[in-house]
Design a protein around this ligand. Sequence first.
Ligand SMILES: C[S@@+](CC[C@H](N)C(=O)[O-])C[C@H]1O[C@@H](n2cnc3c(N)ncnc32)[C@H](O)[C@@H]1O
Length: 283
Amino acid sequence: MPGGPEWGAAFAAASTDAMSFYDEIMVPRLFAPWSEILLDELKPQRGQAVLDVACGPGTVTRQAALRVGPSGRVTGCDFSPAMLELARSKTPLDASAPTDYLECPADSLEVPDDDFDMVTCQQGVQFFPDRRAALVEMRRVLRPSGQLGIAVWCDLDTCPPFAALGRALGQVLGNETADAYAAGPWGFGDSNKLVDLVTESGFINVQVRRCELPVFFEGGPDQLMLTLRAASVSTVLAQLSEDRLSALAAAVKDATRPITFDGIVRSHATSNIVTATVGDGKV
Ligand SMILES: C[S@@+](CC[C@H](N)C(=O)[O-])C[C@H]1O[C@@H](n2cnc3c(N)ncnc32)[C@H](O)[C@@H]1O
């Protein structure tokens, strides 16, 4: 069954148009609020250097730059040219750190050893083909006093709007499509496996916290359905007839009925947040 790495490859090949759906619909409703939670856990200090891995359109990158301020330094890296184009097109927030963006895969970071005080990675790890190599890279680039913060969605059923999309996909396009959808962003929801991954990559003081945040789609089920344009299933949707697309829209409306109030989809999403440190033992 295709999973996170296949979805990751879809990001790498995606057009800027497709990623604009991610940036305009998903970032303000979902990823921007979560970036504050991740940074609140890490508490970056003025003047620190932060690397944001799998930065996408700069969601955490830009907030980190604000928090470390002009005396700090922030780098965002991602392997998707479309995501990086969106990130670079944004005006820096006032009084934020100088920020640069690099195109590189997470398991081969093009930055020197011991160069950062903090590494963040929000909703990226589940997509990496070699998660262990990526975590080892994150440790390599951190200073001995460095901190790591990563966020990975819990299982699909803990994120009801997207579980509803999964059910609708299954109904109209079959179980294989629904299973591939669930195995993408929500395919690494086991907190024990996440903690093991971080620990086995050489980090210490590994802590995991499960958090839930509200999510709203004020444009209702149709707006929620637009998030599929930024998903790996978008290539399948692009080939559907008008009739099948209407059937999918009707199935999404049905599946979201229990979480739709006055036309607004109101629900929550759940993520594991892991923090860890390099400690003094870096060799
Ligand atoms: C769900 S988005 C999260 C983006 C961003 N962190 C945010 O919070 O908006 C996942 C990101 O992971 C990136 N990605 C997936 N696999 C990758 C890999 N192997 N190396 C680098 N980036 C990767 C994608 O290009 C995409 O930008």
